[in-house]
Design a protein around this ligand. Structure first.
Ligand code: V47
Ligand code: SF4
Length: 382
């Protein structure tokens, strides 16, 4: 049986083809929280249209027809990383002696950021490797220097993994690292480094990387200090549906406690030029559009307390991302300018997009573009 969608008294009625979705549909309509079993049923179902319609309903109830984006620039200060041989899914990191290893001086970072003037960038997104020697002062000076040069640009910088690394290098608590970065001008933090929280999955894709509780503790601490953060899940490798759901529920639990997450971003695993891709024999075959849409939609449905769900168009492609705007997604990331992490891992999308193109992509999907800063303050509406 096919999924049927009809309109009764101006209300859209979805009749799922998968009977496991019937009770979930009732819960979503009634605004009831979904349980673990619901999440597993959603990930295991092939009834993507019904899942998408439910997620669209959940999203439109919150955000109407508005789709957010940032005029942003990604800056990756270094690809040297002490976890180079630990995160076997990563194609970006290098050891100091490998080809392509780089570390930008502060002057080089400021020069790269200069293009922000012409293109009216309003958010810097700064993440990189765990450099063996760079001190906290490098990042403080970077953030302070960027703020002085571009006071209108908000700064989203450093994942939980980078924060813990800096705390270890400086031999100071995570809280002090965060306080010093805020004093330098940090506005928000990105959601990377979460991967999948399951211990078994971590043991096979990122053994010895920060464990779930440590990642969550950094975000808990950030939220307590008033720093909003994002959260992510890296999917499409060795994880099961149950691993995905448990990961999302751990994020939901922390959000119940702190309310500090702004956005959830599912990250589609890209298998080129990394050890995991070779082990799985997956080089050249990224996740499917079907799974990308499902991850975005299920994220919207399970994370009922996180305001936004973002498609990172760089990894999901512009075409799938545009469809995602009808599958529960209300944020399209941004202009990005020069993306490196996923292009090293085989992404075929452009490295950035002009603001006008981004606006057109949203309009062509029948939605209303809204430019935001890192904290979702509205800057412009179309
Ligand atoms: O932590 C690394 C992931 C993350 C691969 O918060 C990979 O707004 C797929 O966190 N295939 C960094 N993913 C990027 C990130 C991010 C991106 C966009 C927006 C935001 C935000 C955050 O990228 C890493 C890791 O989880 N990653 N290698 C790969 N081969
Ligand atoms: Fe380093 Fe991040 Fe790559 Fe892991 S994912 S190797 S921490 S740059």
């Amino acid at each position: 049986m096919a999924t049927r969608i009809d309109v009764v008294d101006d209300q859209i009625r979805v009749h799922p083809s998968d009977p496991r979705l019937f009770p979930i549909f009732d819960k979503v309509e009634g605004g009831e929280r979904l349980e673990r079993e619901d999440g597993i049923a959603l990930f295991e179902s092939h009834d993507l249209l019904a899942i998408g319609a439910m997620a669209d309903h959940a999203n439109c109830g919150r955000n109407g027809d508005r789709v957010f984006f940032a005029a942003n620039q990604h800056i990756n200060p270094t690809n040297l990383c002490v976890l180079r041989h630990v995160c076997i899914f990563c194609s970006y990191a290098r050891t100091p002696r490998e080809d392509g290893a780089y570390t930008l001086s502060l002057e080089e970072v400021f020069a790269e950021a200069e293009s922000a003037r012409e293109t009216k960038v309003r958010e810097f997104h700064i993440v990189g490797g765990l450099h063996p020697k760079l001190r906290l002062s490098y990042y403080e000076d970077m953030i302070r220097g960027l703020k002085e040069r571009h006071p209108e640009v908000s700064i989203k910088a450093l994942t939980a993994v980078e924060i813990v690394h800096l705390a270890r290098i400086e031999k100071i608590p995570v809280e002090e690292v965060l306080r010093r970065l805020v004093a330098a001008g940090l506005d928000t933090m990105p959601g990377g480094g979460a991967e999948v929280f399951s211990q078994a999955v971590r043991a096979s894709i990122a053994d010895r990387k920060l464990v779930a509780e440590e990642w969550l503790d950094v975000h808990r601490c950030a939220h307590r200090l008033g720093i909003p953060t994002n959260c992510t899940m890296l999917y499409g490798h060795v994880e099961t549906s149950a691993d995905r759901v448990d990961h999302l529920l751990m994020l939901r639990e922390l959000q119940d406690e702190t309310g500090g997450f702004l956005t959830y971003i599912p990250l589609a695993y890209h298998p080129d030029h990394n050890e995991l891709g070779r082990q799985l024999g997956r080089e050249g075959t990224a996740t499917t559009g079907f799974d990308d849409l499902k991850n975005l939609a299920v994220g919207r449905l399970l994370l009922d307390n996180i305001p936004h769900v973002k498609t990172h168009w760089i990894m999901n492609t512009i075409k799938v991302s545009q469809i995602a705007l009808h599958f529960g997604v209300d944020d399209l990331e941004g202009t990005v300018v020069r993306e490196k992490i996923y292009h090293e891992a085989g992404a075929q999308t452009p490295q950035g997009m002009q603001l006008g193109e981004l606006v057109q992509v949203i309009r062509d999907a029948g939605r209303r573009p809204v430019e935001r800063d890192a904290r979702y303050n509205v800057l412009r509406e179309w």
